[in-house]
Design a protein around this ligand. Structure first.
Ligand code: ATP
Ligand code: MG
Length: 450
């Protein structure tokens, strides 16, 4: 039985009392993306395993160690998506978006699955906000993508994140660099972890991204990719920096950033927080000019990023960022007896149709118990309806914050409620620190014009 009430290791529930925080972060992400012309794309949670082997790269940690892969009942190898880019790129090709006007800008909020050691900021099911811009060559696109991520952080009020920037060049300039790395790490082969010993020949850049402390120590003195960039990559990088400068976005050049996925070319970047310890990378991304071709499409230079939503929330909490309060219900109806209950149901239906949030007790309990429950529900207004109220078609609406009571008609309840709750809101409305004079709205100039 114990298993039934135990969630899988590395997964996390979001409870109703907390979910407004997730909703706030998610709607901010989508809102910012929209301002840059991104539209949501929704792809399946699982894909053919080959997609990730090819797309993410079979020498990466993600593919070698972290994927949730299984055979389905038809004997196909299926993998739960460890990231969002491969699925979006597959969909871009399969659905012919590649024939539409380019660039195609898509974004997503998705769950991702990686078999990792769970710890603060590292889960087995986590969530990402991601964007992909398919078919954009200019460094303008790289800078715009970074500015989009930055705007998400700004709108959420996240501070003390810094942007780390690098270019890892193209396959052309990388050949020399890979050789330099092979030579450097080859001289220390015995000190490398077993995985890295194996990938030294095929993909030595992966060694720079290895999490083992010995390999990280060695990586510190490894040759730096920026010294190997070809002219085109070097010019591209200079332009990205120029555009970031003109947008006032600060960055640090960090030649150690190579990113954990194989498909990156040229620009790579991370936004890193100091406030949440070792798992500080909140957002990572870059350009992947070769991926679409790798999947069998036309050459389509592209770019994107993934932002870890759990880490983002951890940073916001560590920094004391404000979250908006969850919305309160507008009305709780305490109903006593069959007649009153029927009336309550009718009023609630009308009120909800007008967009109000209305609750009543679903256990037909005593008045005391209903009051207690109403208190917990924290509605803005309460109304008690009993036989008397139904007979007289009147009841008392109580503002739970101010304690003010107002008589309302049960026949015109929705209208009365509108009027009273509006009055309350207007009372609260201040302009420049002073109560707003509504008389001034109906000043002579306006009325005389007609
Ligand atoms: P890390 O170096 O921390 O393992 P990564 O390079 O594997 O990160 P990406 O593949 O670039 O991460 O994913 C983008 C973002 O998703 C990360 O910057 C991070 O915020 C988040 N992320 C990645 N893995 C996890 C995880 N296991 N749990 C929670 N968030 C994660
Ligand atoms: Mg990782």
């Amino acid at each position: 039985m114990a298993l039934i009430t135990k969630a899988i290791k590395g997964t996390k529930d979001v409870l109703p009392a907390e979910v407004h925080k997730n909703q706030y972060i998610e709607s901010t992400c989508l809102g910012v993306a929209e301002k840059y012309g991104y539209k949501e794309i929704r792809t399946p949670v699982f894909e053919h395993t080959e997609l990730f082997q090819r797309g993410v790269g079979d020498t990466t940690d993600v593919v070698q160690k972290e994927m949730y892969t299984f055979d389905d009942k038809g004997g196909r190898s299926i993998t739960l998506r460890p990231e969002g880019t491969a699925g979006a790129a597959r969909s871009f090709l399969e659905n012919g978006l590649s024939n539409e006007a380019l660039p195609q800008k898509v974004c997503y909020l998705t769950s991702c699955y990686r078999y990792e050691k769970p710890q603060a900021g590292r889960l087995r099911e986590f969530h990402q906000f991601g964007i992909e811009c398919f078919g954009a060559t200019s460094p303008l696109a790289d800078a715009e993508m970074i500015s989009l991520a930055k705007q998400v952080f700004d709108e959420l009020g996240v501070k003390d994140l810094h942007l780390e920037l690098n270019s890892i060049g193209c396959p052309k300039c990388r050949a020399d660099y890979q050789n330099a790395l092979r030579k450097y790490f080859g001289a220390h082969k015995d000190e490398l972890c077993t995985t890295c010993r194996e990938r030294l020949e095929r993909n030595p850049m992966r060694l720079l991204d290895c999490k083992s402390p010995e390999d990280q120590a060695l990586a510190k003195d490894a040759p730096v990719v920026l010294d190997y960039l070809c002219e085109e990559c070097s010019e591209h990088f200079e332009s990205v920096k120029k555009y970031l400068d003109s947008m006032g976005i600060e960055y640090r050049i960090n030649p150690r950033i190579v990113r954990g996925l194989d498909y990156y070319t040229k620009t790579v970047f991370e936004f890193v927080a100091d406030s949440i310890g070792a798992q500080g990378t909140v957002c990572g991304g870059g350009r992947y000019d070769g991926l679409i071709e790798e999947f069998g499409g036309q050459k389509t230079p592209s770019l994107g990023f993934g932002m870890g939503l759990e880490r983002l929330q951890l940073v916001m909490e560590a920094q004391g960022c404000e979250f908006p309060e969850p919305a309160k219900p507008d009305l709780f109806i305490v109903a006593l007896g069959e007649k009153a209950q029927l009336k309550a149901v009718e009023i609630a239906k009308d009120m909800r149709a007008e967009g109000f949030t209305v609750l009543y007790d679903l256990n037909a309990r005593s008045i005391r118990a209903q009051m207690k429950y109403a208190d917990k529900m924290n509605a803005q207004f309460n109304v008690v309806i009993g036989d008397n109220e139904v007979d007289e078609k009147k009841a008392t609406l109580k503002n739970m914050q101010s304690g003010d009571s107002t008589e309302v008609s049960l026949t015109t309840f929705v209208n009365d409620f509108y009027r009273i709750s509006m009055d309350e809101q207007l009372k609260d409305l201040e302009i420049n620190g002073e109560a707003f004079d509504f008389g001034s709205l109906f000043g002579t100039d306006i009325s005389e014009e007609n």
